[in-house]
Design a protein around this ligand. Sequence first.
Ligand code: UDP
Ligand code: MG
Length: 320
Amino acid sequence: MKLISAVVPCYNEEAALPYFYKEICDVTRHPRLSEYEFEFLFINDGSSDETLTLLKDMAVRDDRVRYVSFSRNFGKEAAMLAGLTEARGDYVAILDADLQDPPSLIPEMIEYIEAGDETGKRYDCVATRRVNRVGEPPIRSFFARRFYRIMNRISKTDIVDGARDFRLMSRAFVDALLELKEYNRFSKGLFGWVGFETKWLEYENVERVAGETKWNFFKLLLYSFEGITAFSTVPLALSSVTGILLCLVAFVALIVIVAKTLIWGDPVGGWPSLACIIVFTAGVQLLCVGILGQYLSKTYLEVKNRPVYIIKEKNTESSK
Ligand code: UDP
Ligand code: MG
C-alpha cells in the first residue's frame, strides 16, 4: 500500500484542530483512497495554547498521528520544511490546520498524479489556487495582487497569483525541494523553481473554520520582501540604473549651467532648487543602500548557516 503524508503546520490552532482532524479522517475513508495508507504529520510551531496537548491526545488514540514540536515559533516556512523532511509518504500533501485548504480535494489530486488527466498526462505535483479572495480585508487583497504582479515581472520563477501552499507532491518532487538548503525559504517560489509538471486546481476561497489568522499586514509585507530578494536581483539592477540616470541628468545640467554663465553671464541663483536636489539625491542614495542592505542581510543569514528550526520533541523517528 502506498503512503500519503499530510503535513499540517499548526500555530495556536487549538480551536481549529478538532474540525481539521475530523475532516481529514472522513477523507481517508473516501472510496478512491481505499488503496492508500495515511500519516498525519502535525508540526507544532511553538504554540502557546493547548495545541500540543491536543496533538498528544490524538496521537494516543490514533497511530496515524505523528507530531513534531518546535522549541519556539519558527514560522510557517520552517514548519513546512520540517514536515517535508519528516514525512515518510510516497506522496506528501501540505495543508493548513484551519480548513482553508479543503482536504476533500485530496482524492482528486491523487487521481491526477497516479492516473493523469483526460489526455493521460501525468503530474508530479497538484497545486491549488484560489480564484477569489472573499472574506479577506480589501487592502490585503490589493497589496497581494500588486505583489504577484511585480514578482512575476522581476523574477524568472513563475509565482502564481492566489496560489496556496496546499498541494500534493510526489516523492521525487519532495526530494527535489529538500535539496534546496537555503535558510530564507519562500516556498511559493521554491515550488515553481524545482520544475516538474504541476497541475493547478482552482477553488473558491473558504474562510477559516475557527481561531484567527496568524498574519498581520506587517508580517506579510516582510514576507513579500523575502520573496523578492529570494527570487530576483532586479531591485539591485534598478538601483544601478537609477544611479546612472541621475549622473546623466547631473551632467546635462552642468553643461547647461556652464553654457548659460558663459553666454549670458548669469549669476548662479536659486538655492531652494539646490536644497531640493540635495535632499532628492540623498533620498535616492539611501534607498539604493537600503536595497543593497536587504540582499546583504539575507546573505548574512545564509552564511551563518543556522538550522531553520529546532525540534524539541516528536513522537516518531523520521525514516532518514
Ligand atoms: N502557521 C504556522 N506558523 C506561523 C504562522 C502560521 O505554522 O508562524 C500555520 C497556521 O497554524 C496555519 C497555516 O500556517 O495552519 C496558515 O496560517 P493562517 O491560517 O494564519 O494564514 P492565512 O490563511 O490567514 O494566510
Ligand atoms: Mg488560514
